[in-house]
Write a protein that binds this ligand. Structure first.
Ligand SMILES: Nc1ncnc2c1ncn2[C@@H]1O[C@H](COP(=O)(O)OP(=O)(O)OP(=O)(O)O)[C@@H](O)[C@H]1O
Ligand SMILES: [Mg+2]
Length: 351
């Protein structure tokens, strides 16, 4: 097709988490985008674990049902991965053209990545940090295990979907934030999922620190389960409706504070790293997302501990919404856990 006839289309964003699948679809409406589909479906425990697809049949069935129920017609999907099979690493290199960089990374990747180079997909982004002509620049290098990525692609092909973008959770989160809020602020984005936290510090319009930490909201449910000697389901209910804990409230509060302290420690580590490397560009705020961000009072706790203003992320704050298809109340409620799927749904793909 001639380039001027080729259309850019938006892929359907599909965030396959360890707790639930999130789907988000935008349509272009003039210069803006409109949210036309949105939904989530819970996955059985263990179907996706440590970022890996463990039970492809069950996950495929749940995704198919969700997409059919939402009436989504597009077959092109953008997915993201995270966990132990992805490495995100910032490296400092001599300034090169894009092509030279490509060659250099292909030839030298082994020294940066602890995986067999034939077994990973590699991607990179020049962060263009060479402001004062020093001749060196930072490059964000990403490597993902082919086997893990291919398993997702095959599972989705099995239900007639074509994967057109494979992103990384932390960068999809960044994409969602930048599209919604712009690139002016220096922010720390923290997505608290079920089994991991993605931390991404954006400074000067680029990601300067991205890390997955294997702590999440399910760990809190498991601790409640153990401490109160109740079932996982009862613990999950108590976590979500902590005010109903009655006489168990003090014990519950102790468990919450134990888990949240661990989360804060990881956030503080990232902030310490950032502040010592970029002392002239202080962080303006922390933006939290993911299902774990719903925990009552977490924003205040993080604000006290980090001395930063903390906001709950609503990636749809400035998006037009198809009000006939999407209930406003439901949208506001699920918005924080839709952050990554909305970032994926904003990826343009040639059509
Ligand atoms: N209102 C709430 N209060 C507290 N926790 C909640 C609430 N709603 C959801 N959660 C928790 O959020 C977690 C799910 O979050 P999310 O959907 O972001 O995870 P995920 O993306 O599936 O997991 P991951 O990204 O870690 O693989 C679950 O542990 C769930 O218990
Ligand atoms: Mg998630």
């Amino acid at each position: 097709m001639l380039p001027f006839l080729s259309k850019q289309k938006l892929a359907v964003g599909l965030d396959i988490g360890s707790h639930s699948v999130k789907v988000c679809e935008f349509a272009e409406a003039g210069k803006k985008t409109k949210l036309i589909s949105l939904g989530t479906a819970q996955l059985p425990v263990g179907a996706v674990e440590d970022g890996e697809l463990r039970d492809p049949e069950t996950v495929a069935e749940i995704i198919k049902k969700l997409i059919d129920n939402l009436g989504i017609k597009s077959k092109k999907v953008a997915i993201s991965i995270s966990g132990y099979s992805v490495i995100m690493k910032k490296i400092n290199l001599a300034v090169m053209t894009e092509e030279e960089l490509q060659h250099h990374i292909q030839a030298e990747a082994e020294q940066y990545i602890p995986f067999d180079i034939d077994e990973v997909y590699i991607d990179f982004q020049d962060l263009h940090t060479n402001e004062d002509d020093e001749g060196r620049t930072d490059v964000m290098l990403v490597a993902a295990k082919k086997e893990v990525v291919n398993r997702y692609i095959e599972m989705l092909e099995g239900i007639g979907l074509k994967v057109v973008v494979v992103d990384v959770d932390a960068f999809a989160l960044e994409n969602a934030y930048e599209l919604c809020m712009g690139q002016d602020d220096n922010v720390i984005l923290v997505d608290i999922g079920s089994s991991k936290m993605n931390i991404n510090i954006i400074s000067g319009g680029a990601s300067v620190f991205a890390r997955d930490v294997f702590l999440g909201s399910r760990q809190l449910t498991e601790q409640i389960q153990n401490n109160l000697e109740i079932s996982f389901e009862e613990a999950e209910d108590l976590k979500i409706c902590a005010q109903d804990a009655g006489g168990q409230l003090p014990q519950l509060e102790e468990t919450f504070s134990g888990a949240c302290t661990q989360w804060v420690l990881e956030i503080k580590k990232a902030l310490d790293f950032y502040n010592s490397n970029y002392p002239e560009q202080p962080i303006d705020k922390m933006v939290i997302s993911g299902g774990g961000a719903h925990i009552n009072g977490l924003d205040h706790y993080f604000a006290n501990e980090s001395s930063l203003p903390v906001e709950l992320f609503n990636p749809f704050v400035s998006t037009m919404v198809d009000a006939q298809k999407i209930d406003q109340e439901y949208l506001s409620f699920v918005a924080p856990e839709m952050a990554i799927s909305s970032g994926l749904a904003s990826r343009k793909v040639p059509f």
